[in-house]
Design a protein around this ligand. Structure first.
Ligand SMILES: [Zn+2]
Ligand SMILES: [Zn+2]
Length: 239
């Protein structure tokens, strides 16, 4: 399986990431991608840029040295109803948004509360992808999550950083397998993201690709096999 677009990368704009847009583009190309998305953190977490960062993404070239750039954001879910920080007027300008649970923005609650938070975020037409839902520090009813992803046409992310050694998320491998099996059962597509915080990691899906192959996950449910397929699937909700 060849991944052609990395849907989740960070730049210097998030202070805990260390590379520029150009550096991400260069490694995207070197690692065989046709496209990548810039998805920096949004307020209210401390390390996020000002909302002006998201309002001004349109100044970025669409193509950098033959690699397509998509303009995105990694939104924080800020309450158990699935509220997110950026408002509609800014979200409208982006190509897509990932909504993620970060404990700096919202303390993980009970399984029912966390699941309700994800379901609420998926009802937002601008949320195309749920980021790293396998993080065991945020207990979730995965069957409900996958069924809601199907009914709202939201992609669930398979996050390569979550499978890297010494990572701080919990039970990621077991949870990811459970999510993938449910996605296969219910025909829900997944989005591949490295969550790279340093340019050489852009486009490196070593751990997640190995897992997809190990469990024989069907290729047709992977959104990132081409830039066109990815764009079609992230556009499904707004239509
Ligand atoms: Zn995240
Ligand atoms: Zn991220």
């Amino acid at each position: 399986m060849q991944i052609k677009i990395d849907a989740h990368t960070h730049t210097l704009a998030s202070t805990h990431a260390y590379s520029t847009v150009f550096e991400n583009a260069a490694f995207a190309k070197k690692n065989g991608l046709d496209g990548f998305g810039i998805t920096d953190h949004t307020p209210p977490i401390q390390d996020a840029p000002d909302i002006l960062h998201f309002m001004n993404l349109h100044v970025l070239d669409r193509q950098i040295d033959g690699v397509e750039l998509l303009r995105g954001a990694e939104l924080n879910i800020v309450d158990y109803k699935g509220g997110v920080y950026l408002d509609k007027e800014i979200l409208k300008r982006l190509d897509y948004a990932i909504a993620s649970f970060h404990d700096m923005a919202l303390t993980p609650g009970s399984k029912a509360e966390n699941t309700a938070a994800y379901l609420g975020a998926m009802d937002n037409p601008y949320v195309a992808i749920i980021g790293h839902p396998e993080d065991g520090r945020v207990p979730v009813d995965f069957e409900q999550l996958v069924l809601a992803a199907r009914s709202t046409k939201t992609l669930l992310e398979i996050n390569n950083s979550s499978l890297r050694a010494a990572y701080y998320r919990l039970n990621t491998r077991e949870n990811m397998i459970e999510i993938l099996r449910l996605c296969e059962q219910y025909g829900v597509a997944v989005s591949m993201g490295t969550d790279a915080h340093f340019a050489p990691a852009v486009g490196r899906f070593d751990e997640t690709l190995e897992l997809l192959e190990e469990i024989h996950f069907p290729q047709e449910l992977v959104a990132n096999l081409s830039v066109e397929k990815f764009k079609m699937l992230i556009g499904g909700k707004k239509a």
